[in-house]
Design a protein around this ligand. Structure first.
Ligand SMILES: Nc1ncnc2c1ncn2[C@@H]1O[C@H](COP(=O)(O)OP(=O)(O)OP(=O)(O)O)[C@@H](O)[C@H]1O
Ligand SMILES: [Mg+2]
Length: 708
């Protein structure tokens, strides 16, 4: 075609602007405008089509509009050209109208004739058209320039069916850097998109870098789907797979999250510890067990030093909280605690000599004095600040006499991941409850911890059997210096018992986050890592914000909320995939800057998704209920403009394992090709695996006498 620019524009003209507002432009289509297929743009293209693009020349550029709706209006008169026949009665005539969303500006960047020129697209409209402006169909090149706009298009993820299958590429810095939410109904293709995004990004980085990329993807996989998706023969896409009770002969390793990774709020949520009495016991127990004191408790002077240190810490904490002069019964429990300590210390007196005995005796005497003053029948139990301070001073002196230093008694970070064994922890909880004088309230706590330690499956996940260090764990699960080990870790959580699954997920997510946080503090730069959470609605579920929430699900959600809020600064990107967006935590969703939206038909979920995008982009979202699988709308920070994408094809063997059950083929005993389908309901193997897996675990523990 060789046209003058004006003639060329005329051949693509489809209508006229007849209403302009900053967020909507209405166009009346010419009678000659194509009815279903435009043939004048080089290749046949469906037109008019909702959500496709049209151009309006304004000044020296084009305003790009996205079609929001198309309608027919009965007009009294056809829009006739030329002379009017005044003698004739006009019949109502259908006139097509459409409404456009102004999206951005397309500029001609070369001075060549229009059919050979190049274009650049930018979001935002510089100037709005006026009534009477022509509306044009974009050429192939123009369409491509719209969709393929934006710098640093690094990884191709699919094509855009609304724009002549132009390539849709993303910049991983943008897509993963500010969290991505992949939302859609079941079977709409979320898991395939997750697997694809990881795969295509790594493959592209491999091609460009020439070596195995220094990338880290940790996939938390509650359904056990992803084992198959990254089963390539060699790096970079050979994933490290971790499973509960992995079958013999497979490449997967046993999932192992040591119990000493858990912090105090994770322990509290698991044990449902009451905040008044049981939480202080737990915290105290964790502090001592992490400090290693329970192990060395055989040395009596060491034991005394620890006891005195606890007295100093507890007294200081209670003084700061105002307990000794608080409202009744606070001073009473304080007094009871003093009496109990006094009993223990008095017994210790016999075994000591010299300065140690003197210091201890002074403390015991002071305790006696305080308690005797309050033993009359209706005595006032309140303590004065001076009395408590004096007691602290005496306890500190005794503590130093036994070799303790002042810094010793400073609160120690209870949540530092220092190794300990489950049995020591149990002993420590018992001792702490005794010491804090709440033994009778700690019974349920102990029952919960014992039941945890006694469950065989949980033991296999949490025991300290392999004796891994923190460094080894991070190298295994997050990624090591040796890039050949692979870029993807898949943690199959499908067989993790339900009572611990939330805590385990929270622990893994928090460990990854905190390790990256420390990495940046020490090294000064971030280690980019992506954490993928499948079935996010179970783990990042919105919870009631009234009061303190210590149940496991909210503790888990809070970890992800923290990652969503702060992860970006430490190079941790979150990818979450969910079929129930309306159940997700609003904090996490509002921190996601990119969205890949698959088919969503549920009303509530649609409303939620609508609330996430600005008003003028809502048009595209109306297509959500009717999207075929593998199609999705990409919007947000990762994409210059909201785009309908047909994701790249993922070959069957690279798809996550989540096919629909094949009822018909099993019923009829053959598949589409006529091949036989044999699937007898034989339970023998299942039962023996089910029952013996547990027995095997017990047997292997007996053999090796696993420390736990
Ligand atoms: N990119 C793709 N390439 C090839 N097939 C795809 C692609 N995306 C989706 N599919 C097809 O759609 C089916 C369902 O996809 P997928 O398992 O990813 O859905 P889902 O949204 O994760 O579902 P659920 O919520 O139940 O986990 C797949 O089995 C596959 O056949
Ligand atoms: Mg899925």
């Amino acid at each position: 075609m060789s046209h003058l620019p004006y003639e060329y524009a005329e051949s693509l003209r489809i209508g006229t602007v007849e209403f302009v507002s900053p967020d909507e432009i209405k166009v009346s289509l010419d009678i000659e405008a194509p009815e279903s297929m435009a043939l004048n743009v080089g290749v046949p293209r469906p037109f008019p089509r909702v959500n496709s693009y049209v151009l309006i020349p304004v000044d020296d550029a084009y305003l790009v509009g996205q079609i929001e709706w198309i309608t027919v209006e009965r007009s009294a008169f056809p829009k006739r050209q030329g002379m009017q026949d005044f003698g004739l009665i006009d019949l109502p005539f259908p006139l097509r109208k459409m409404s456009l969303n102004p999206l951005g500006t397309l500029r001609n960047t070369s001075s060549k004739p229009i059919e050979n020129s190049t274009f650049s697209f930018r979001r935002g409209a510089d100037a709005l058209p006026s009534i009477g402006n022509a509306v044009l169909l974009p050429t192939e090149d123009q369409l491509r320039s719209i969709v393929e706009s934006g710098a640093r298009r690094r990884v191709k993820i699919g094509t855009s069916p609304l724009a002549s299958n132009a390539e849709v590429c993303i910049d991983p810095d943008r897509l993963f850097g500010r969290h991505l939410a992949i939302l859609g109904n079941t079977g709409s293709g979320k898991s395939c998109s997750v697997a694809g995004l990881i795969r295509w990004s790594i493959e592209q980085a491999h091609t460009e870098g020439g070596t195995v990329p220094n990338a880290r993807f940790v996939v938390l996989d509650p359904n056990g789907e992803y084992s198959r998706a990254f089963e390539d023969a060699k790096p970079p896409l050979k994933a490290k797979l971790f499973q509960v009770d992995p079958a013999a002969g497979t490449a997967s390793k046993a999932l192992h999250i040591p119990l000493w990774f858990w912090n105090s709020s994770e322990w509290s949520s698991f044990t449902q510890a009451s905040s008044r009495t049981q939480r202080p016991v737990l915290i105290h127990a964790l502090r001592s067990v992490r400090d290693g004191h329970v192990e060395t408790a055989t040395d009596p002077s060491h034991e005394r030093r620890r006891f005195l240190r606890t007295i100093v810490t507890t007294l200081t904490l209670e003084k700061n909280a105002g307990v000794p002069w608080g409202t009744y019964p606070k001073p009473k429990t304080f007094l009871e605690k003093l009496r109990k300590w006094r009993g223990t210390l008095h017994e210790d007196l016999n075994g000591c000599v010299g300065a140690q005995q003197t210091a201890l005796a002074a403390l015991v005497d002071q305790m006696d004095e305080l308690s005797n003053a309050r033993s009359a029948q209706y005595a006032h139990l309140d303590f004065t600040r001076e009395e408590v301070e004096q007691l602290i001073a005496l306890a500190s002196t005794a503590h130093s006499a036994f070799g303790g230093s002042a810094t010793d008694s400073e609160p120690f970070d209870v949540d530092a991941p220092l190794p300990f064994l489950g049995d020591s922890f149990l002993r420590s909880v018992e001792a702490s409850a005794e010491m804090l004088n709440v033994a009778e309230h700690a019974e349920t706590l102990l029952i919960r911890i014992r039941s945890l330690l006694n469950s065989t499956v949980i033991r296999s996940i949490m025991s300290d059997a392999p004796g891994v260090t923190l460094q080894e764990w991070l190298e295994e699960y997050v990624g090591s210096e040796n890039l050949e080990a692979g870029c993807v870790s898949v943690l199959d959580l499908s067989l993790v018992p339900t009572e611990v699954i939330h805590v385990i997920t929270a622990v893994v997510a928090r460990m990854i986050f905190e390790s990256l946080q420390r990495y940046r503090r020490i090294k000064g730069s971030v280690l980019p890592t992506v954490l993928v959470m499948e079935e996010a609605h179970t783990f990042i579920k919105r919870y009631k914000t009234d009061g303190e929430s210590y149940d496991a699900a909210s503790v888990c959600c809070q970890v992800f909320e923290r990652i969503a809020r702060e992860g970006r600064k430490f190079g941790l990107g979150l990818v979450l995939s969910s079929q129930r967006p309306s159940e997700l935590s609003p904090t996490v969703l509002s921190q996601c800057n990119s969205f890949l939206l698959h088919r969503i038909s549920n009303d509530q979920d649609q409303k939620l998704v609508h609330s996430l995008v600005p008003d003028n982009l809502k048009g595209l979202l109306r297509e959500l209920p009717s999207l075929p699988s593998q199609h999705a709308i990409l919007l947000g920070w990762a994409s210059e403009l909201p785009l309908l994408v047909r994701m790249n094809d993922l070959p069957r063997e690279q798809q996550p394992k989540s096919e629909d059950p094949d009822f018909w083929n099993v019923w009829t005993g053959k598949d589409e090709t006529g091949a036989k389908v044999v699937r007898p309901a034989k339970w023998g193997d299942v039962c023996s695996q089910w029952q013996h897996a547990t027995e095997e675990l017990i047997a292997s523990e007996d053999d090796q006498d696993i420390p736990f």
